[in-house]
Design a protein around this ligand. Structure first.
Ligand code: FAD
Length: 622
């Protein structure tokens, strides 16, 4: 049976990748359908109730700068906000917020329901409809055919998902949701490289059974950070503290004694897990010399007692989970509400994707999120936005777009994935970006909103707010340059007080701001109406002033690399015919077919000499 209406783009899966993909496709003007197993779980957080963190916060701000939903939703659902690395430089500062799961999901659903050109439909997709090697739609479990010119698959951990608790295992997409089995089987028939990965989650605890008086309390930051460039503190719901407990020798003994029934250590789980989010059994084995690990006791929401103990993700048998949980301070009488578990699932080698996130082997089919080997809501959402945008652009006959490595963390992640692939769940870190000083959280809007506007992703309201901020930054910079502090003036005395040494020659406020001893808040004392300056504007001017030298140097590095990095390599290039290339290198290039010279240079095993040969070849051809 065929559904009455055809679509431009169908997005399959309503997790973090799927919701951003559907919204981006619809914002770009494509008639879009979001098909997901269950409308109730749109925007659901499968694991920890938190958004952001180091590297991840950068992705959220970039998604926001391009008009996405994640930052707005966490501003509406965040119950504790912090700036991580606050004492370090602005490049590595990162926003993180604890979420009330329900409020977060509600905010996502509200946006989806109100997005023009977007329809929602609840059904499980069982098959792809393929004609002449091109995907033209999907078939659902109840035999309903939906047709579209592009399909974005964002099925997360659900493809052939298998849940493990101890030596027991069963089929599941995540606890409480069925796995996607028929679709996984169908995809295995197609010419994609497929492998298995795994991830895990901790048992959830009934907060009424925790003795909080024994635990250290952790509050959010003051002033409280805001995630969205369009957000404000007034939108945040009630704020609550988190707590901290620790594992101890007894916890570790209980875990060691249970290892013979661990699916990880008995070889039942074959998939590789996230290196930077290891299970507690992994931590106890790998860091055997450590006799304690810190556990963050995080609330799951404002109207629930359920607690997420961050740091004890496990797939040990339930009796071992029960015992080791109760060995920790404050958890002596803890009751588990949901057991911890690990999940194994199919993922596709992201080297089979183009920069647009369209698959190389099937026109019109896009992948985004956990299905492409990443872990994390933010990584999934960022890919979703790019895949949804490019699916829409494909149907509109427009060129695809993906930010470069020097433009966004989104660009770093996609370039890493499609160039190098991944052997373990990929997560974002600031250390992955070589141009960190330029790719900051605070300037994500300045870097990306104009492009987002050009692509049709940014609405009038955001654009106006952006232009106002951009103008205010320029205006404040000009004002600071014009305002002088003369020696032996009252202002000079104040400067000496702040600075610790007298002002020897007159200086303008911009010169003073460049000094490490003076911050923007202090400088505003010297400016009439300084207290009225918008926080974001002041922060931007301060960072640009203080880091100007480094930023200019990094920009010049980027300019040098850009000269060749983005030279396009023809899709049909015969690498065997490029003189001087070794057999091994030309085979690698033929297998991977990089889109640009820069991408070719980042393929593992490529040599500088081989890159030079390609450059000579391209120059000769042009
Ligand atoms: P998901 O959020 O999984 O969403 C997939 C969506 O697709 C769901 O809505 C589902 O219903 C739908 N769907 C699936 N199949 C079909 C189909 N055939 N038809 C229609 N709809 C379908 N991340 C971390 O960063 N750290 C962690 O410690 C961590 N631990 C995790 C532990 C567990 C047990 C799980 C399940 C996930 C964990 N994650 C963790 C990963 C995090 O949940 C994912 O990275 C993120 O949710 C991926 O987003 P996604 O949109 O790709 O997929």
């Amino acid at each position: 049976m065929k559904f009455k209406k055809d679509f431009d783009v169908i997005v399959v899966g309503g997790g973090h990748a799927g919701t951003e993909a559907a919204l981006a496709a619809a914002r770009s003007g494509a008639n879009t359908l979001l098909l997901s197993q269950n409308i109730e779980t749109l925007g659901q957080m499968s694991c920890n109730p938190a958004i952001g963190g180091i590297g991840k916060g950068h992705l959220v701000k970039e998604i926001d700068a391009l008009g996405g939903i994640m930052a707005k939703a966490i501003d509406l659902g965040g119950i504790q906000f912090r700036t991580l690395n606050a004492s370090k430089g602005p490049a590595v500062r990162a926003t993180r917020a604890q979420a009330d799961r329900k409020l977060y999901k509600q905010a996502v659903l509200h946006t989806l329901e109100n997005q023009p050109k977007l329809s929602l439909f609840q059904q499980t997709v069982a098959d792809l409809i393929v004609e002449d090697g091109k995907v033209v739609g999907v078939k659902t479990q109840m035999g309903l055919d939906f047709r579209a010119r592009a399909v974005v698959l964002t099925t997360g951990t659900f493809l052939a998902g298998k849940i493990h608790i101890g030596l027991q295992n069963y089929s599941g997409g995540r606890a409480g949701d069925p796995a996607s089995v028929a679709l996984a089987e169908r995809l295995r028939e197609l010419p994609f490289r497929i492998d298995r990965l795994k991830t895990g989650t901790p048992p959830r605890i009934n907060g009424k059974t925790i003795n909080f008086s024994k635990l250290a309390e952790q509050h959010g930051d003051t002033p409280r950070p805001v995630f969205s460039f369009m957000g404000n503190r007034g939108q945040h719901p009630r704020q609550v503290p988190c707590h901290i407990t620790r594992t101890n020798e007894r916890t570790h003994d209980i875990i060691r004694a249970g290892l013979d029934r661990s699916p990880l250590y008995s070889g039942v789980i074959e998939g590789i897990g996230p290196r930077y989010c290891p299970s507690i059994e992994d931590k106890v084995v790998r860091f055997a010399d450590r006799n304690t690990h810190q556990i963050f006791v995080e609330p799951e929401g404002l109207d629930t007692h359920e607690i997420y103990p961050n740091g004890i993700s496990t797939s040990l048998p339930f009796d071992v989970q029960y015992e080791f949980v109760r060995s920790m301070e404050g958890f002596e009488n803890a009751e588990i509400i949901r057991p911890g578990y690990a999940i194994e699932y199919d993922f596709f080698d992201p080297r089979d994707l183009k920069m647009s996130l369209e698959t190389k082997h099937m026109d019109g089919l896009f992948f985004a999120g956990q299905i492409s080997g990443t872990t994390g809501y933010e990584e999934a959402a960022a890919q979703g936005l790019i895949a949804g945008l490019n699916a829409a652009r494909l149907t509109q006959g427009l060129e695809s777009w993906c930010p470069r490595r020097d433009e966004a963390y989104i660009g770093v992640m996609i370039d890493d994935l499609i160039t190098c692939g991944t052997q373990e769940p990929y997560r974002m870190f600031t250390s992955r970006a070589e141009y960190r000083l330029i790719l900051r959280e605070d300037n994500a809007d300045l870097r990306l909103t104009p492009k987002g506007r050009e692509l049709g992703l940014v609405d009038d309201e955001r654009w106006q707010a952006f232009e106002t901020k951009r103008d205010a930054v320029t205006e404040l910079q000009e004002t600071l340059k014009k305002k002088w502090v003369r020696t032996e003036s009252p202002q000079a005395e104040r400067v000496a007080e702040l600075w610790g040494t007298p002002l020897l020659k007159e200086a303008n406020l911009m010169d003073l701001l460049r000094r490490p001893e003076i911050d923007m808040a202090q400088l505003l004392e010297f400016l009439d109406g300084g207290e009225l300056i918008d926080e974001q504007v002041g922060e931007q001017v301060e960072i640009q002033a203080k880091y100007a030298g480094y930023i200019v140097r990094q920009q010049s590095d980027i300019d040098k690399v850009l000269r060749y990095d983005h030279l396009r390599l023809p899709e049909t290039l015969d690498y065997q015919g490029v003189s001087g290339l070794s057999n091994e290198i030309s085979q690698k290039l033929s297998a991977q077919r990089p889109e640009t010279l820069g991408q070719a240079s980042r393929i593992p095993g490529m040599t500088p000499a081989a890159v030079s040969l390609l450059l000579v070849y391209l120059k000769k051809k042009s």
